[in-house]
Ligand binder design. Structure first.
Ligand SMILES: [Fe+2]
Length: 250
């Protein structure tokens, strides 16, 4: 079975459309979304609708959670965007508008299939904990995180793609020619971000997991990030820097 795993769309419609179009050419059986559909970007409603229509499984992200409940632990730029998104979602009083709230309210924090665990943040705190590449130097923490799942844990949240190996290494997709063979070793796999990459590559990022071949392939997709930046500039509730960072990929 081939599964495309996407994350951190952040209301970036141009990026999500480009990624879905690319996935359409890859013969995948299903799409899994690891959360943060909204937050930061100009098109929360359109992105929610696309995820609801296209993804077999979606996990709750911290920005999705913040739109439903009260945003805690966010910087002022992120909070402003969350309130704008809440306003946009509330302004649609149709039954479709209700369905979006129901969808967000019912998202699971984790999905455990035994061999595969899917979260937004980390295997310990599925919604909020960041696991950054430098965490491989914290041996005890890494060992603890790895002990929290059976074999492979898929996550997003940092917007930095790569594979954390049990042996204490972080391998970037570029280093591995975007291709990994999953062995016996346990690992955490950060799938990167569709709508706001932060690894200095502005292209959208996602992975395809082939469960029969036991392989993992990272994909990078170009999209019209200038168009998204223009939309962000035009929206009062979004700071310009949210548009600028899409161009630099930081
Ligand atoms: Fe995110």
């Amino acid at each position: 079975m081939k599964r495309a795993i996407i994350s951190d769309i952040h209301a970036n419609l141009e990026a999500l459309q480009a990624v879905l179009a690319h996935i359409g050419t890859l013969n995948v059986d299903e799409i899994i979304c690891l959360g943060d559909i909204i937050g930061y970007g100009p098109n929360p409603i359109e992105c929610l609708d696309l995820v609801m229509d296209n993804c077999a499984l979606t996990i709750l992200g911290n920005h999705d959670q913040a739109a439903i409940f009260d945003p805690e632990g966010f910087n002022p730029v992120a909070i402003k965007a969350i309130f704008l998104h809440r306003e946009l979602l509330e302004s649609d009083r149709s039954s479709k508008g209700d369905r979006r709230w129901d969808f967000l309210g019912e998202l699971p924090r984790r999905h455990d299939e035994g061999k595969y665990l899917f979260v937004h943040g980390s295997p310990r705190d599925p919604t909020n904990e960041y696991v950054f590449p430098e965490h491989v130097y914290e041996k005890e923490l890494l060992a603890h995180l790895i002990s929290r799942f059976e074999q492979y844990c898929f996550q997003g949240h940092t917007h930095i793609p790569g594979v954390f190996l049990e042996t204490g290494k972080f391998v970037t997709p570029k280093e591995a020619d975007y291709f990994f063979r999953l062995g016996q070793e346990k690992c955490m796999i950060n799938v990167g971000s569709v709508g706001q990459p932060r690894d200095e590559d502005p292209r959208s990022c996602f992975v395809v997991l082939d469960t029969e071949e036991n392989t993992l392939e990272y994909h990078r997709v170009e999209y019209d990030n200038e168009a998204t930046r223009e939309k962000i500039y035009a929206l009062h509730g979004l700071e310009n820097m949210l548009g600028d960072r899409l161009i630099s990929g930081r």
